[in-house]
Design a protein around this ligand. Structure first.
Ligand code: FAD
Ligand code: NAD
Length: 468
């Protein structure tokens, strides 16, 4: 039987990053993955394929709607070849997952393909495709088994027309009418892909706004973009039934007034969140506690109730984000190696890769109000930037929230072109506990979208924005 310092179950961004860091720290490491490709949800059916389709559909939208403004004439019969678009997406995924194979070899990590399950607290059984089982021994085990799409109890996902994000990433035709249940990150990113390609999109959201956990100003601005694209945005609607009739899906919902609404589509995407995934893991055999939300229960060191077993990523509490899983992978590897790492969960940014992009870090205004924090706001619109006008991306703003007394930046919320990248400046500033004035006093290249961050900081400092 092979013996390891660390065995990791699950090869998503949590698991494979943990494996690399364990190996860098001199530990003999094994990585167990049930699928034949590494990279988990993120690389195979999540972050990477969705961004590939967002990019492709953005090109199409630019060509059909905006090229003419730039003096570029395109034929009026410009068409989408969905099969080719999906094939390109798959080749991006394939390149990315094979990159992980390379990284595993480079770091001398033993990769096992098969379903990993606990035999006991120091042994993992690996059930392979040919039904054979191999057992490995490990001093430490990291559970990184991720998540799967959630569903509503009354919906039968047929995965043909009543689908999750996994199927929405490989459709064979452009839906004519796509009904999306859940106006969160997945619903909006994939909703934007398909409305750009020509689908009539309806978004049904239970709460009173899309992206209900983000700053309300961001939700409002993105809602405008979807409405401008003629999407039917049904807020405060509770879906009560979803039924398939031939090629049609009939969705019934109840609005705030208690009235029943019926919406029909040829596809229905269910994107109401994801659930932690521990099926087949046999956690009980090791005595590992799973809580009533289905998450592996961990302490502040990401250690389970069993001392040598840790858990990271989507399968534990907190935001279900790839970069959060990565941070936790590194954290656990360093903890096992005897170091004292630290993660500031307040500084894990959240990004929605629609266009305009939405990004945030730190506290929202709602959270600061609830905590009775005296704060001030500095906001700057992208339309006042020369760079934004030059490219034609004038929607959106940057909002900085700072402590009224100390001027420390407490939260940054932005919507606009390239915000997914701009948010890194806010994270850096907050990591070093910058004040709004600090940000306003360092130089930002001109003309850039980043100038909006400086201007919002100026606005927060003494209402000193220069270009409004
Ligand atoms: P996962 O990536 O889910 O990986 C878990 C792995 O464990 C899987 O490969 C699974 O097969 C394997 N596994 C499970 N059980 C076993 C077992 N018993 N034995 C062996 N292997 C097992 N996040 C972002 O930060 N940015 C984005 O842009 C983004 N876009 C997304 C788009 C979509 C459509 C979706 C669905 C998700 C997106 N996410 C995004 C979320 C992101 O994918 C997850 O937060 C991230 O993948 C979690 O990483 P993880 O390592 O915890 O788990
Ligand atoms: P989500 O939590 O972002 O959104 C789910 C939405 O569905 C919420 O707005 C919620 O109010 C709504 N909802 C819940 N029950 C409902 C009901 N019965 N009827 C109508 N609406 C209902 O979840 P998601 O969009 O499915 O994404 C899952 C996870 O994947 C998220 O945690 C997210 O962080 C991650 N993800 C991240 C990215 C990114 O970082 N860009 C992209 C995609 C997914």
């Amino acid at each position: 039987m092979k013996s390891y310092d660390v065995a990791i179950i699950g090869s998503g961004p949590g698991g494979y990053v943990a494996a690399i860091r364990c190996s860098q720290l001199g530990m003999k490491t094994a990585l167990v993955e049930k699928y034949s490709t590494l990279g988990g949800t993120c690389l195979n059916v999540g972050c990477i394929p969705s961004k590939a389709l967002l990019s492709s559909s953005h090109h199409y939208e630019e060509a059909t709607k905006h090229f003419a403004d730039h003096g570029i004439e395109v034929p009026s019969d410009i068409k989408v070849n969905l099969e080719k678009m999906i094939a390109r997406k798959q080749s991006v995924v394939d390149q990315t997952t094979s990159g992980i194979d390379f990284l595993m070899k480079k770091n001398e990590i033993d990769v096992y393909e098969g379903l990993g399950s606990f035999k006991d607290a120091t042994h993992v059984n690996i059930k392979k495709n040919d039904d054979s089982t191999e057992t490995i021994e490990a001093k430490n085990i990291i559970i990184a088994t991720g998540s799967k799409p959630s569903n509503l109890p009354f919906i039968k996902l047929d995965k043909e027309r009543i689908i999750t994000s996994t199927e929405a990433l490989k459709l064979k035709e452009i839906p004519k009418q796509l009904v999306i249940i859940g106006g969160g990150v997945i619903g909006l990113e994939l909703g934007q892909v398909y409305y750009r390609l020509g689908a009539e999109v309806t978004v049904i959201e239970y709460m009173d706004r899309i992206l209900p956990t983000m700053d309300a100003g961001l939700s409002k601005e993105l809602n405008k973009v979807f409405k401008k694209a003629k999407c039917n945005m049904l807020m405060s609607h509770k879906v009560t039934s979803v039924e398939r009739k031939g090629k049609q899906v009939i969705i019934k919902a109840e609005n705030k007034k208690g009235e029943n609404v019926e919406i029909k589509g040829d596809y229905c995407l269910v994107s109401v969140g994801r659930r932690p995934y521990t099926d087949g893991l046999n956690a009980e055999a090791a005595g590992v506690k799973i809580n009533d939300k289905g998450q592996v229960e961990v302490n502040d060191h990401l250690q389970t109730n069993i001392k040598n077993i840790y858990a990271i990523g989507d399968v534990v509490r907190g935001a279900m984000l790839a970069h959060k899983a990565e941070e936790e992978g590194v954290f656990v590897a360093e903890t096992i190696a005897g170091q004292k790492p630290h993660i500031d969960y307040n500084l894990i940014p959240g990004v929605v890769y629609t266009w305009p992009e939405v990004a945030a870090v730190g506290k929202t205004e709602e959270e600061l109000k609830d905590a009775n924090v005296d704060y001030k706001v500095g906001q700057f619109p992208f339309r006042a930037l020369g760079r934004a006008r030059a490219s034609g991306d004038i929607d959106g703003f940057v909002k900085i929230l700072a402590d009224k007394k100390t001027d420390e930046v407490l939260g940054v919320h932005m919507i606009g072109a390239r915000c997914a990248d701009l948010i890194a400046e806010a994270v850096t500033a907050m990591e070093f506990r910058a004040s709004a004035e600090d940000i306003s006093r360092y130089s930002h290249a001109h003309p850039t979208f980043a100038e909006a961050v400086k201007e919002a900081a100026l606005a927060a400092t003494e209402n000193r924005a220069l270009h409004v």
